[in-house]
Write a protein that binds this ligand. Structure first.
Ligand code: MG
Length: 436
């Protein structure tokens, strides 16, 4: 096995090792060669399916292959995923659908089939788990993998294992992935995003600081639009500028985020790949056909979404301790409110009641286009909703909920509608999770 030979690499198509500095594979002629001086000493990977939902739809309907395809909801919905042909035409994830269709009128729009995507996502994950037990899913179609120490098991260094994996996913599942390989999660994720689709990028220890210096601050995990604007006001645009500032200085200016800026800007990320963090939250949200302001309109939606969240928690055997309410205003501003409970819950009624308390402070005449509710702080449901700690009224509702659940199990979801949701579902779309 070629280990630590600088400049050595392999062909991503036939996996033949490349010893000479040729531009094409000496075995199969493919130009998809991977070379890097640290190629065989890196073991932290990030895998991300390419335009996942769209890729699954194209796989299942070959007539779509060369057409621009958008996965998303109705007129007021947003783009969940755009295939690469649609992206060339300017369509982006999270873009309102009418804008996407302005940019690409010939696009084929397909409603998301979440059950199918979850199924395919699980197949991909199962293939990852065959490589290492250390798989940390980030979303339905992406995960971190720690492949350190697996070389003996596979008889190959992680880089080759990953290339073989990408090939197998294409062959066996019929969609493509992009891979990033590095020595930490932060850089592995950046690398996987580098040359999509069908990408494979490597960021080594030697080049990390120099590479990061050229990148914008927004590349740092946790730096969103608002925080980037703050940094911009302080004259900080590139990660290189952050690299020149002391840790204490960054912390004084930006608190705990300053600490993160300090370490990540220098390519230092100690976070482990942890298979336990499978889901960090469970939530459901909905975009309205017409913006809503009245409590009477919002409450039934909140109730329906709380039930959806609760159902997922119960199915997964988990519970959440923090209830999170999300609202998006008419002008696309997001409001997030959260409240921690004394103990984890999986009950629709507790999620709803807690959400309602938070919602009542936000119904001030503002018009909302989106409402979401969820729980985070997840644990298994062993300690959830202890009967003696929940007040009597809530306990009665909990018992009723148990009865409703068993009826629904027998006769289906629609069989039992609570007073809040009955006949009020017409404004709501199914949630449209985003995917890149
Ligand atoms: Mg993806």
């Amino acid at each position: 096995m070629p280990v630590n030979a600088s400049g050595q690499g392999f062909c991503r198509d036939c996996l033949a090792l490349q010893r000479a500095e040729t531009r094409r594979c000496t075995a199969c002629g493919s130009p998809r060669l991977l070379r890097h001086p640290e190629l065989y000493s890196l073991a932290i990977a990030h895998i991300d399916c390419d335009a996942f939902y769209a890729a699954v739809e194209k796989r299942d309907n070959p007539t779509l292959k060369d057409k621009p395809v958008i996965i998303g909801g109705g007129k007021r919905g947003v783009v969940s995923t755009a295939c690469y042909i649609a992206r060339i035409n300017g369509v982006r994830s999270a873009m309102p659908m009418f804008k996407a269709l302005e940019a690409c009128p010939e696009a084929v729009v397909i409603k998301p089939d979440m059950e199918k995507y979850v199924r395919v996502g699980r197949e991909v994950r199962a293939m990852m788990q065959a490589l290492t037990p250390l798989v940390e899913p980030v979303s339905i179609d992406e995960a971190f993998l720690d492949l350190s120490g697996t070389e003996r098991l596979h008889g190959q260094p992680p880089a080759l294992v990953l290339a073989r994996f990408a090939r197998s996913v294409e062959k066996e599942i019929g969609i493509s992935v992009s891979a990033g390989l590095s020595y930490c999660k932060f850089l592995a994720k950046i690398a996987s995003d580098f040359r999509k689709p069908r990408g494979f990028s490597v960021i080594g220890r030697e080049e990390a600081v120099g590479f990061l210096a050229e990148q914008p601050v927004t590349m740092i995990w946790g730096v969103g639009k608002a925080f980037a604007a703050t940094l911009e006001r302080d004259g900080l645009r590139t990660i290189g500028q952050l690299q020149k500032i002391d840790q204490s200085d960054l912390m004084r200016r930006y608190g705990t985020m300053g600490n993160r800026l300090f370490y990540l800007s220098r390519g230092q990320d100690e976070r482990r790949v942890s298979p336990d963090h499978e889901a960090k939250s469970v939530s459901a949200e909905t975009t309205f056909d017409t913006d809503l302001a009245a409590t009477g309109d919002l409450v039934p939606v909140l109730r329906a979404l709380s039930e959806k969240v609760s159902l997922r928690l119960k199915k997964a055997g988990i519970a959440g301790r923090t209830v999170v309410l999300k609202l998006k205003t008419q002008d696309f501003k997001t409001r997030t409110r959260n409240r921690q409970l004394a103990d984890p819950t999986r009950l629709a009624d507790r999620i709803f009641q807690t959400g309602l308390q938070m919602l009542s402070k936000e119904t001030d005449g503002t018009r909302y286009r989106l409402l979401g509710i969820g729980v985070s702080d997840l644990s298994d449901d062993g300690k959830a909703d202890p009967p003696d700690l929940v007040d009597q009224q809530a306990r009665k509702r909990a018992l009723a909920e148990g009865a409703i659940d068993s009826l629904r199990d027998k006769f289906g979801r629609k069989a039992v509608e609570t007073g809040y949701t009955f006949g009020k579902g017409r404004n709501a779309h199914p949630p449209e999770p985003l995917d890149d």
